[in-house]
Ligand binder design. Structure first.
Ligand SMILES: Cc1cc2nc3c(=O)[nH]c(=O)nc-3n(C[C@H](O)[C@H](O)[C@H](O)COP(=O)(O)OP(=O)(O)OC[C@H]3O[C@@H](n4cnc5c(N)ncnc54)[C@H](O)[C@@H]3O)c2cc1C
Length: 447
């Protein structure tokens, strides 16, 4: 028998194997060089009621709220893990308010399991890994949410005949795999307005002229200046005799009292264009160089530095919605009839003399300002909503509403509205706002 399995059989078998491999895409030695690298794309398709792109500070509450509202949800994230800024940019500090709804639930879990600082609510910070753990746990607890990580949206599906409807999106993996997801309602929570931009929606970038919306402060002419970016780091004592003066590390810092660890806003730089990933990467290298001396100082004094994997980008595009939120809306503490989220954080525009927190004289009523549903519904689109730091607002108004407790409320509101529209077969603009508000109140947002 052994002699029958001779050279000819072996060759036949080897050729057959290499042909099958070329079709299935397995890596195999091939006698035909032109086949090398010609792997066919593996295509896959999904359909859902609500699609949320971006599992960050606004996208996670959007997905959870839509699921709790009874919708089937797909949540797509570019990174390997959900979380967004608190996880990948080390934006770990709790600030602003009100702290309500799904964001309050997350803080409750963080406080219970990962409490680090002496002040467990406002002014506290938690380790980025604590956010990663709690956020993953909250998503796992919602059976209606299908989370897909390492899933960057690279294309949108729009048909020629109905350009104001977004049928869905396409995700392309680095290995050539392609996933198409169709949805009734899409929520752009990418922080950069990437989905809306791909869909050709109107976006703003930079600062408006003061006169455009008659805002009480701002430059005379519109410009393309956006807020500065910051590379965050966490310092932590390693050597038992280690001792530092946090004031000697560049930028502001927030110590975890009694624990020999601190959160630092260390490397602040200007980015040429935060819409361009290459420009963001270049700015990150500049920030890295800027903090070199801080790292050396920390190590010399027995400390280590955990540097955020991604540069903290405060501002990118702002996607124009049915309403553009302005500084006037904030200082008048306006509560439009379609208010679905609240905020009380002031203007805090880094590197901008018109909106710098320490310089602004604008005041807000203690009850805070309202954020209307219209600002989340993308102008000219039937089924696309935008939340988070890329929501419809002027450059200065955005510097206030960008903090996590407020963007989380936007996400919760948009997810609730999207679920209502998708499950009732209603369009976003014909929803009864009272129904959305009632669901939000039931979900812990006291509008
Ligand atoms: C340096 C710095 C300091 C700050 N300090 C504070 C603070 O102390 N307290 C506070 O509350 N807020 C602070 N903020 C603001 C706050 O962190 C952000 O405004 C907030 O996280 C924005 O939430 P978001 O959901 O819009 O974006 P993100 O939290 O950034 O989430 C966006 C998500 O979308 C994903 N994504 C992007 N593109 C795609 C794509 N094409 N496909 C799939 N997924 C995609 C990203 O990977 C990311 O996970 C700070 C921000 C910065 C940068």
């Amino acid at each position: 028998m052994a002699s029958r399995w001779g050279r000819r059989e072996f060759l036949r078998s080897a050729i057959a194997t290499s042909m099958v491999s070329a079709v299935t895409g397995d890596v195999a030695e091939s006698a035909q060089p032109k086949l090398v690298g010609s792997r066919a794309a593996v295509k896959d398709a999904l359909r859902t009621q609500v699609l949320v792109v971006g599992a960050g500070a606004s996208g996670v509450p959007a997905a959870l709220a839509a699921a709790r509202g009874g919708a089937k949800v797909v949540l797509l994230e570019d990174d390997n893990t959900p979380g967004g800024a608190p996880v990948d940019m080390y934006v770990a500090m709790v600030c602003g308010g009100p702290i309500v709804g799904i964001y309050a639930e997350m803080l409750e879990l963080l406080n219970r399991n990962f409490h680090l600082t002496a002040k467990p609510t406002g002014g506290a910070w938690f380790l980025p890994s604590a956010y990663a753990e709690v956020i993953s746990r909250m998503i796992r607890a919602e059976p209606n949410v299908q989370l897909r990580c390492s899933a960057p949206v690279s294309e949108v599906l729009i048909s020629e005949g109905s350009r104001n409807r977004l049928h869905g999106v396409t995700v392309r993996g680095a290995d050539g795999r392609q996933l198409t997801i169709e949805a009734d309602v899409v929520i752009d929570a990418t922080g950069s307005g990437a989905v809306a931009a791909m869909a050709g929606c109107e976006c703003r970038y930079g600062s408006e002229a003061k006169s455009e919306f008659d805002e009480p402060t701002g430059p005379a002419k519109a410009n393309d200046k956006i807020q500065l970016c910051t590379l965050m780091l966490v310092s932590q004592r390693l050597r038992p005799d280690g001792k530092i003066d946090p004031g000697k590390v560049t930028g502001q810092s927030c110590p975890a009292e009694g624990l020999n660890a601190a959160l630092h806003w260390a490397g602040t730089v200007s980015c040429a264009d935060t819409r361009d990933p290459l420009a963001v990467a270049a700015a990150q290298q500049e920030a890295m160089q800027k903090i070199e001396k801080d790292i050396a100082y920390l190590y010399e004094h027995g400390y280590t530095a955990h540097i955020a994997p991604k540069l903290g980008v405060r501002e990118c595009r702002r996607v124009v919605g049915d309403h553009v939120l302005t500084v006037n809306d904030l200082i008048a503490s306006k509560r439009a009839d379609d208010t679905v989220a609240l905020g009380n954080y002031p203007l805090d525009s880094w590197g901008d003399r018109y909106g710098a927190m320490e310089k602004t004289t604008l005041t807000y009523t203690p009850g805070g300002y309202g954020i209307p549903l219209r600002a989340m519904i993308t102008k000219g689109m039937q089924n696309l909503m935008t939340v988070g730091k890329c929501m419809s607002a002027t450059h200065l108004a955005m510097s206030a509403i960008r903090v996590q407790c407020i963007v989380a409320q936007m996400g919760q509101a948009a997810g609730t509205a999207a679920a209502l529209a998708a499950t009732k077969g209603t369009s976003l603009r014909s929803l009864k706002v009272r129904d959305v508000q009632a669901m939000l109140r039931a979900g812990g947002v006291p509008l």
